[in-house]
Design a protein around this ligand. Structure first.
Ligand code: NDP
Length: 397
């Protein structure tokens, strides 16, 4: 018997709800709660299961959350609202005795800066309460950490070089759109890049380093070095890693739009006064850009995300590449959402399933790579994100 509460009814929340509903043997009681209840109701209609409950909640408000948790009594909350809500939801989980899972680390609203320290600081409190918190359980972070843990467990004595490679070779036929929440997405990409080398972080200018990387079934794509949150936990949990980097593809059209948006001040998170009302330019921009939830219908092509690892096994150098390719169309046909929401929502459901099966149930606050990767990898193949491996090929990186 698994009572689960999904918070957030965006693209990712929609996929989580579909996948949770498909696994009724594990998730016996389901509620979707978000700021706008009508969006939760629309998801339930699309799934066609009237037993799924819905509710309105402001996840910035701890007391409101606690009241909802005490009413529905979930065993676990799957937080797929925005990173701004992570701490309030964790706080409410402690107050009401609920386990926690999310897909993105905490970010303060007024500072485009993300790191795990804020959430890791909850470790002792979750431990003492006997509650499990699973952090970063989407694709990247999420499957990228599980792939790395799987490589460490089965194929390497020492991992030395890790490159996470994320390609979206899809076409949504819009001049400019982001694949998940535009505010979070633009904040992430316009920051300085950062990677790990020989025990320290090296900072680069935004999108300064790029190179062609060849993706399976897709071909070469210009890929840009970004900082991504899982690098922080992976180099801590696998200290033999000498260099860890994260790469993501962007098309020229996307980058040109992004440059213009920045140059005209629309990427700013500083509030301005407009006609007597305070607005944040980036939040206003979000309101006029296409909604990532509506991109699915005409989305063609696929994503390809994986880990390329070089290290030692039995004294010999070895390379390993593990990846998943996901078709936007197949994701849309199954859930009504595009591939980026799908590749995030499916692992979030699997993480919750791992908790309910007792595989990933351990009081404290954990990143996904700290758990046994094997049952999760098995479920990826069953739940729509099959993975493939290549050994001792040229990693290009
Ligand atoms: P959306 O913007 O589509 O959805 C966010 C949802 O959260 C909306 O339904 C929104 O409500 C709701 N929400 C926002 N603020 C509050 C609040 N204060 N109280 C209650 N509900 C709130 O985002 P996505 O679905 O694209 O992304 C969801 C999460 O997934 C994000 O944290 C994102 O960073 C993460 N992500 C992780 C990835 C990974 O691989 N790890 C990849 C992609 C995304 P409303 O509808 O009213 O606006």
């Amino acid at each position: 018997m698994g009572r689960v509460l999904i918070i957030g009814a965006g693209g990712v929340g929609t996929v989580v709800a579909h996948k949770v509903a498909q696994n009724a043997d594990i998730f016996t009681d389901i509620m979707i709660a978000s700021r706008t209840k009508s969006k939760c109701d629309a998801i339930v209609n699309a799934i066609g299961n009237p037993n799924i409950k819905t509710a309105q909640v402001d996840a910035d408000n701890v007391e409101e959350l606690v009241a909802l948790f005490n009413d529905f009594k979930p065993e676990m909350v799957i937080n797929v609202a925005l990173p701004y809500q992570d701490l309030t939801i964790m706080e409410a989980c402690l107050k009401a005795g609920v386990n926690y899972l999310d897909t993105a680390n905490y970010e303060p609203k007024d500072e485009a800066h993300f790191e795990y320290s804020w959430q890791w600081a909850y470790k002792k409190r979750f431990e003492e309460a006997g509650l499990t918190a699973i952090l970063g359980c989407g694709f990247d972070p999420g499957v990228s950490g599980v792939f790395t843990a799987y490589a460490a467990k089965h194929y390497f004595d020492e991992m030395e070089y890790l490159d996470i490679v994320d390609c979206n070779a899809g076409d949504h036929h819009k001049a400019f759109a982001t694949n998940f929440n535009p505010e979070i997405n633009i904040r992430e990409i316009t920051q300085n890049g950062r990677y790990w080398k020989n025990g320290e972080w090296i900072t680069t200018k935004p999108l300064e380093i790029h190179q062609d990387i060849t993706y399976p079934n897709i071909g070469p794509r210009d890929s840009y070095l970004l900082f991504h949150e899982e690098l922080e936990s992976l180099v801590k949990n696998f200290p033999t890693i000498k260099r860890a980097r994260f790469w993501m593809t962007f098309g020229q059209e996307y980058l040109t739009h992004l440059r213009v948006i920045q140059n005209i001040g629309m990427a700013s998170i500083e509030p301005i006064n407009y006609n007597g009302q305070e607005i944040v330019p980036l939040q206003f921009l979000k309101a006029v850009l296409p909604n990532p939830q509506d991109l699915g219908e005409n989305y063609e092509g696929e994503t390809s995300i994986g880990c390329r690892i070089r290290g030692l096994k039995d004294g010999k150098e070895r390379t390993y590449y593990v990846y998943n390719n996901c078709s936007h169309r197949a994701a849309y046909e199954e859930t009504g959402m595009q591939g980026v929401s799908y590749t995030t929502g499916v692992p979030a459901m699997i993480g919750a399933m791992m908790f309910f099966k007792g595989e990933w149930k351990r009081p404290g606050v954990w990143n996904v790579e700290e758990f046994n990767p094997d049952p999760f990898m098995e479920q990826l193949n069953k739940q729509g994100l099959p993975w493939h491996e290549e050994f001792d090929n040229n990693l290009e990186l």
